[in-house]
Write a protein that binds this ligand. Structure first.
Ligand code: UDP
Ligand code: MN
Length: 254
């Protein structure tokens, strides 16, 4: 059997949430052997996400973990001020480790873990690329870091450095969407998680540092020459007219 891909997605309530999750779930429907771990940034599971998952046709686990108040990005904050989705990804990892321990049989360690934000764009091919991950596999990410793409640079089949516009000296100067980790490695390192206190840009490194070295990285996507995932971001919709109607008591309630 193909190894299962466990996709961990943090998500939070906002106007575009249902649209993002609809698009994402319909991408995942095309991927065989995928288990979606959705972690809501919320003190409870919301009806919107519950209903969407029930109707999705996917194999999923629905979790929630609110971001601590002092870590939560405020409306007025620039988006880079605080890392986003940290507690949720860690909760996904916690669930996965516990769940796998409880599974009987020898293949409970087989699988791949991928962190997929709800607003990015994923080609179907990237999932087949990552499925053969032995430890940590890597590939380019499009539209990120103020560049057309960032990517690991491969020479002689090995990653030798990173093409990035910003702090290339970081241990792993890669976006969250640019790597996958084998389940075996995640289980063998029960302490590995994302450090919300890591300096800006070091979140990915905080997780990967204890798990691999650069020369162990497995380049995918044709020696990291193809962009198969994009760090797209959805514009926040303007609600000027909605608010005007609301003021007259004529607004829509959802
Ligand atoms: N997210 C979250 N809580 C928040 C903000 C973001 O759970 O308060 C999630 C979001 O749904 C996404 C991930 O964390 O899956 C990364 O957030 P975002 O896409 O806003 O980050 P960026 O694209 O700016 O890196
Ligand atoms: Mn995003």
């Amino acid at each position: 059997a193909k190894p299962t891909i466990f996709v961990i997605t943090p998500t939070y309530a906002r106007l575009v949430q249902k649209a993002e999750l609809t698009r994402l779930s319909q991408t995942f429907l095309h991927v065989p052997q995928l288990h979606w771990i959705v972690v809501e940034d919320s003190p409870h599971k919301t009806p919107l996400v519950t209903d969407l998952l029930v109707k999705s046709g996917l194999t999923y686990t629905h979790l929630h973990m609110p971001t601590a108040k002092d870590r939560k990005l405020q409306e007025s904050d620039p988006s880079w001020l605080k890392p986003r989705g940290v507690e949720q990804r860690n909760e996904g990892l916690r669930w996965l480790r516990e769940d796998r321990r409880a599974q009987p049989g020898g293949d409970n360690q087989q699988g791949v873990v991928y962190f997929a934000d709800d607003d990015n764009t994923y080609s179907l091919q990237i999932f087949e690329e990552m499925r053969s991950t032995q430890r940590v596999s890597v590939w380019p990410v499009g539209l990120v870091g103020g560049m057309k793409y960032e990517r690991p640079v491969v020479e002689g089949g090995k990653v030798v450095r990173f093409h990035t516009g910003w702090r290339p000296s970081r241990p792993f100067p890669m976006d969250m969407a640019g790597f996958a980790v084998s389940l075996k490695l995640v289980l063998a390192n029960p302490e590995a998680c994302f450090d919300g206190d890591a300096p800006m840009g070091f979140l990915e490194s905080s997780f990967l540092q204890g798990l691999v070295t650069m020369d162990e990285l497995e380049p995918k996507a044709d020696s990291c020459s193809k962009v198969l995932v994009w760090h797209t971001r959805t514009e926040k919709p303007k609600m000027k007219r909605e608010e005007a109607l609301q003021a007259q008591g004529l607004g829509s309630d959802r």
